[in-house]
Design a binder for this molecule. Structure first.
Ligand code: FAD
Length: 381
């Protein structure tokens, strides 16, 4: 009998983690990605101790910690006066209290490390899933290039516009949240030449908008900002459009001189719509299961969207290892029972954009160790 096979659609941060962890659990896994390659696109990302403990299992924790910046604090400051609103200890405190480092890193660098953790030959680029059919005994996948693949179960890690979510729940566009994000990477040397002193990880806030800024490398030669700014409708085609210093100066009029200096130092600024969905009524059906943004997309303000996708992948691997693939239905139920509450809570807090604005205790997020969590089969877990 041929070994049972798992197909993962999407090799983003969630799909890559799920693939590598399922492979380490002994499953035969192929990952299908629509892109023809991955490049180092301009964005940073936070990886909290909750994810670093999962990376430990993947053997990439040290490399991520070495490449990224490890801020001593998450600082929140009033956007206009610069007064500190909170100083959330990270650095040594995070390593001691939460069991791993808190890292901010370039998204492309992180992704490369995650992709390298997959078994060679199991990631297939240029495979855009177009058709999917679960006939009860297996799932047939058809890709845009006309090729096909049959698997025992399929994991939809294909992001906010997930084709697998569509197969489970029908075609429905995500909600535009009413906010956009501006993003830019700035060379450290540019900031130095302009005499701008920055902090390693700081969020500048006023009532309806903010700018989050941090280093993306351990050498601190690259600084990144990402904003949240109200904007009535996303009237553009595509995932992002170019923005400008002028537009950002208008959006951040009255903000602190450091914020003005960051805008002046940014050469290429892009603008992205912030999208989300309400919690889905189901996470799996038949032989298909969802994770990450395919399942619970959120506004990015807690810097935990990818973290939840990676935690999902780790929990799915753990649950399927527990039940075996023959009893995948029990595995899917166990997975949802042990993920839904946490992912939905993070989704709600992230959408509300309140996280760490005041001196709150982040231990429920950062201190969480997925492998210490006792599995509960209760749907309300
Ligand atoms: P994705 O990363 O979207 O990956 C989906 C993959 O599936 C893609 O590679 C795509 O090409 C592929 N795919 C899609 N359709 C198909 C198809 N039909 N066939 C084959 N392949 C397909 N999260 C954090 O944890 N920390 C942060 O600091 C952070 N900052 C953010 C800042 C911004 C501005 C935004 C917008 C998001 C941020 N997030 C952050 C959230 C994070 O980016 C997402 O939650 C995360 O990328 C979700 O991962 P995923 O693997 O579920 O989906």
């Amino acid at each position: 009998m041929s070994p049972q096979k798992i197909a993962i659609i999407g090799a983003g941060l969630g799909g890559a983690a799920a693939g590598a962890l399922l492979q380490r659990a002994g499953f035969s896994v192929d990952v299908f990605e629509q892109a023809d390659a991955f490049s180092r696109l301009g964005a940073g990302i936070h990886m909290g101790p909750n994810v670093m403990k999962i990376f430990r299992r993947l053997g990439i924790e040290d490399a991520v910690a070495r490449l990224g910046s490890q801020p001593d604090f998450w600082l929140s400051r009033d956007g206009a006066s610069g007064d500190y609103l909170s100083r959330i200890p990270l650095g040594d405190f995070a390593r001691r209290e939460y069991g791993a480092a808190y890292v901010t890193i370039h998204r492309g660098d992180l992704h490369e490390l995650q992709i390298a953790a997959l078994q060679p030959g199991t990631l297939h680029f240029d495979k855009r899933l177009t058709e999917i059919e679960d006939d009860g005994a297996g799932v047939d996948l058809t890709f845009a290039d006309g090729t096909r693949h049959r698997a025992d179960i399929v994991v939809g890690a294909d992001g906010i516009n997930s084709r697998i979510r569509e197969a489970l729940l029908g075609v429905e566009k995500p909600n535009y949240s009413g906010w956009v994000a501006h993003r830019a990477l700035i060379p450290g040397a540019t900031l130095e030449a302009a005499g701008i002193t920055v902090e390693p990880c700081v969020k500048w806030w006023t009532e309806d908008r903010h700018m989050m800024a941090y280093y993306t490398t351990s050498t601190r030669d690259e600084y990144y900002f990402v904003t949240g700014v109200p904007h009535p409708a996303w009237e553009f085609d595509g995932n992002s459009v170019p923005s400008s210093r002028e537009e950002m100066h208008a959006a951040f009029a009255g903000y602190h001189p450091v914020v003005q200096g960051l805008i002046d130092s940014a050469d290429e600024i892009s603008k992205w719509p912030l999208l989300n969905r309400s919690p889905l009524p189901l996470w799996s059906r038949g032989r298909m299961v969802l994770l990450g943004d395919a399942c619970h997309p959120m506004k990015p303000h807690m810097a935990q969207g990818a973290a939840m996708a990676i935690e999902d992948g780790a929990m799915l691997a753990r649950c399927l290892a527990e039940t075996g693939l023959t009893d995948f239905a029990a595995g899917f139920q166990l997975y949802e029972a042990n993920r839904r509450e946490r992912a939905s809570r993070v989704q709600a807090v992230s959408n509300a954009n309140t996280w760490l604005r005041t001196q709150e205790d982040p231990a429920w997020v950062f201190g969480y160790d997925l492998y210490e969590h006792a599995l509960s089969s209760d749907a309300a877990a």
